[in-house]
Design a binder for this molecule. Structure first.
Ligand code: FAD
Ligand code: SF4
Length: 470
């Protein structure tokens, strides 16, 4: 039944979408949430209070018109909701799936104060999934084409966000990516249980119909140079991500059986998508005891991929407490349900083993006395050393930018941690020190979120349009 009154939030509680059964979740690389039904989404959307000054909109990095599209779906106007949702976001159905909503829009919802936030992320995902299924396509009928074209390096969220805004303003984007499919980490990083890969292949078709050209399997710096792009295009956008893996700096990190998180996750995706070049490229953890080091989204994805591959045990050791984990709380809860064991306040000091991994030596930490500024740093508890038995160790300590030598030779400056310098304003948004080159996403801000990369790509496109005076 569908309720419809202004105090709906008093009668109808927050409802998260139903999860698939644990047996499926532990074995299959499929999304774990069932989609909302038409009535469910309408009931949930109508819980929105339509606050005059919506905090959710402010907190959402792309500033989605959240209460407006919630009203449209509560009335059943899916196509209008999809048009409106695409005015601010290039990949709403992706953000609806992977944003840490508890820290962003839903964390800021007024109803979070005791009633349960509106399920904004799932409503956002529902709008685009349903609109596409009903045959909706972005309306390009009013686009006036210019003679300008822009090269976009990287088909991740930043590059896609940039290409989307350019093409809607009549500027032809040609997107180069070294991978065989678009999406960047959305395809070759984030596993299927959070985001099924058909979502991105569907998107590729939509963008191609809009006029975006993708040149995949093409690495800039190898197959084509930046100099060539600068010669052949009116401007260049770089959205190349961050791909230097951070190390722990402790002994044993080079033992056979220790892997960086991303090669492990990518090898899994390549196998599932049929992109695997040789069976030796696949990192299998079936029948093995796994220790994952780290506490962010990447660590959670390693944990849950290991469970699905059939590891005998998966232990995640994190150096702080649960409240201070950087990853989404929803994904930590999902990992626990699927059988991951968490050990908090454990600092790894060594990977031990004779010719291969046998375990990880950790010490327990606790918060020490406040310093002069009142800050409490973790200190090691004396005598707390223990060895966590392991056959495979997956290291998920994060990423640093990976600047290429051809950045500097083309006048694109980087800062002291390797990030490309591209200020948010002045004189054109996200312009680098080479006026014809713009940049955004992880390679500018350091590894962060899908939605912030999309926002920077979209803002940079605005900078390019202003620079090209179109
Ligand atoms: P990327 O997504 O890294 O895309 C960069 C693209 O540039 C890639 O496709 C790459 O192939 C291409 N490229 C690089 N160099 C070249 C070159 N020379 N020539 C051609 N192409 C090139 N964020 C969330 O919001 N929610 C999550 O749940 C989440 N989970 C994550 C899980 C994992 C395992 C990881 C690693 C990250 C996760 N993130 C998550 C972070 C998020 O994926 C990134 O912040 C986001 O993808 C950054 O977008 P980007 O466009 O800047 O870079
Ligand atoms: Fe929330 Fe992310 Fe959607 Fe913004 S883009 S409304 S933060 S789920």
């Amino acid at each position: 039944t569908r309720l419809n009154n202004d105090f709906q939030f008093l009668d109808v509680g927050r409802k998260d979408p139903t999860k698939k059964d644990l047996e499926t979740r532990r074995h299959k690389f499929v999304e774990i949430y069932q989609p909302f039904t038409k009535d469910e989404v309408a009931n949930q959307a109508h819980r929105c209070l339509a606050c005059g000054n919506p905090y959710c909109e402010w907190k959402c990095p792309v500033h989605n018109f959240i209460p407006n599209w919630l009203k449209l779906i509560s009335e059943g106007n899916i196509f209008e909701a999809a048009e409106l949702s695409h005015q601010t976001n290039s990949l709403p159905e992706v953000c609806g799936r992977v944003c840490p909503q508890d820290r962003l829009c839903e964390g800021a919802c007024t109803l979070n104060d005791g009633f349960g936030a509106v399920t904004i992320g799932n409503a956002e995902k529902y709008i685009t999934d349903t609109a596409f299924a009903m045959g909706w396509k972005p309306d390009m009928s009013k686009v006036v084409w210019t003679d300008k074209k822009v090269a976009v390096i990287g088909a991740g969220p930043a590059g896609i966000g940039c290409a989307d805004v350019l093409v809607r303003n009549g500027v032809k984007p040609v997107v180069f990516d070294k991978y065989p499919e678009i999406g960047g980490l959305l395809t070759f990083g984030i596993p299927e249980f959070k985001l099924e890969k058909s979502v991105m292949s569907r998107r590729r078709k939509v963008f191609e119909e809009m006029g975006v050209e993708f040149r995949l399997n093409t690495e800039v710096g190898k197959d084509i140079t930046l100099e060539q792009l600068l010669r052949d295009y009116d401007a260049v956008f770089m959205g190349m991500g961050t791909y230097n893996y951070m190390k722990g700096g402790f002994p044993g990190e080079d033992l056979p059986g220790v892997y960086d998180a991303l090669p492990f996750l990518v090898s899994n995706v390549n196998r599932n998508l049929g992109f695997e070049k040789s069976p030796e490229d696949f990192i299998s953890v079936k029948g093995k005891r796994i220790v994952v080091l780290g506490g962010g989204d990447t660590a959670m994805d390693c944990n849950r991929t290991s469970i699905r591959q059939g590891a005998t045990s998966v232990t995640c050791a994190y150096r702080r407490d649960e409240d201070n984990m950087p990853g989404s709380k929803r994904e930590v809860a999902n990992a626990k349900e699927e059988g991951v064991q968490f050990l908090f306040n454990r600092q790894p000091v060594e990977v031990v083993g004779n010719g291969k991994v046998e375990g990880v030596k950790v010490v327990t930490t606790q918060l020490g006395e406040p310093d002069a500024k009142g800050r409490r740093s973790p200190v090691v508890v004396p005598g707390s050393e223990e060895i966590l038995p392991a056959d495979v160790v997956l290291i998920a300590f994060g990423f640093r930018p990976s600047p290429q030598p051809w950045f500097e030779t083309n006048g694109v400056k980087t800062n002291d941690w390797g990030g490309v310098i591209a200020p948010e304003h002045q004189p054109f948004k996200f312009q680098t020190s080479n006026p014809k080159v713009f940049a955004g996403g992880d390679m500018v801000r350091g590894s962060d979120l899908v939605v912030t990369a999309i926002w920077e790509g979209r803002e940079a496109a605005q900078g390019i349009l202003d620079y090209l005076n179109v």
